[in-house]
Design a protein around this ligand. Structure first.
Ligand code: HEC
Length: 214
């Protein structure tokens, strides 16, 4: 019995000494999926993260969706680039939604949550963040009721919400494609008759955009 005990003790200490290879090596991660979190994190480049961690095997998957992927229930994605040419091109893009097809209460909610803080609940470019230049935000937001904004094409409004412009950031991650178009119809409805496209059904919103307000 005593012999057995000594043998077991020697065996255990031997395996401890051999097991700890030392030299700062963490040893082999033969199941890296278990050693390193492989949780689905959108936009994380999991593959290179695992490679950098020294894991010998890297699971083959790509966290990014294939370019052009459309989420279920989402509208077709916007293809125009974020560039000066893209900004000009955006004027020819038509709003796929008509004002009457949009729940204006919801569109108003989206506007007030995302835009009102700068552009104001009255769309006058004087929201609580700006407050006549006395607020914390010093760049003047556009007065969306101004003549220039009434002439701005639906597509350009959408383009600006998608990519941002100057001091205004992009709202593409906060608002889906559909929600951005809904906000366009809300701004048009508020602008009234002078708005370039209370004509979202007009054949060419570029022409509408350059037309003089009546
Ligand atoms: C943080 C403040 C801020 C928020 C929030 C904001 N904007 Fe702006 N917006 C600005 C500023 C500043 C400008 C002027 C940018 C420039 O021309 O340099 C601007 C410009 C614009 C323009 C004019 C673009 C052009 O082509 O001249 C439109 C249209 C617009 N915003 C719509 C919106 C909408 C719709 C939302 C909500 C989704 C929104 N903005 C949210 C600050 C903001």
């Amino acid at each position: 019995m005593k012999k057995l005990f000594i043998l077991a003790a020697v065996g255990t200490s031997l395996s401890i000494f051999v097991g700890c290879g030392g030299k700062g090596s963490p040893g082999r991660a033969y199941m890296p999926d278990m050693a390193y979190s492989n949780a689905y994190e959108t936009y994380t480049d999991a593959q290179s993260r695992l490679k950098n961690s020294g894991a010998e095997m890297t699971p083959q998957y790509n966290a990014m969706p294939v370019p052009g992927t459309i989420a279920q229930g989402e509208m077709a994605s916007y293809r125009i680039e974020n560039s000066e040419e893209g900004y000009a091109q955006s004027a020819s893009v038509k709003n796929p939604l008509t004002t009457s097809a949009v729940d204006q209460k919801e569109a108003e909610r989206l506007y007030l949550v995302n835009c009102g803080i700068c552009h104001g609940a009255k769309l006058d470019g004087n929201g609580p963040l700006y407050k006549d230049g006395n607020g914390p935000y010093t760049a003047a937001p556009k007065n969306l009721m101004g003549d220039d904004m009434k002439k701005l094409a639906d597509g350009t409004m959408f383009h600006v919400m998608t990519y941002g412009k100057g001091a205004m950031g992009s709202y593409a991650s906060q608002l889906s494609t559909k929600q951005r178009w809904e906000i366009v119809t809300y701004i048009r409805a508020k602008q009234g008759n002078g708005g370039a496209a209370n004509n979202n059904a007009a054949p060419d919103s570029t022409a509408a955009a350059t037309a003089q307000p009546k």
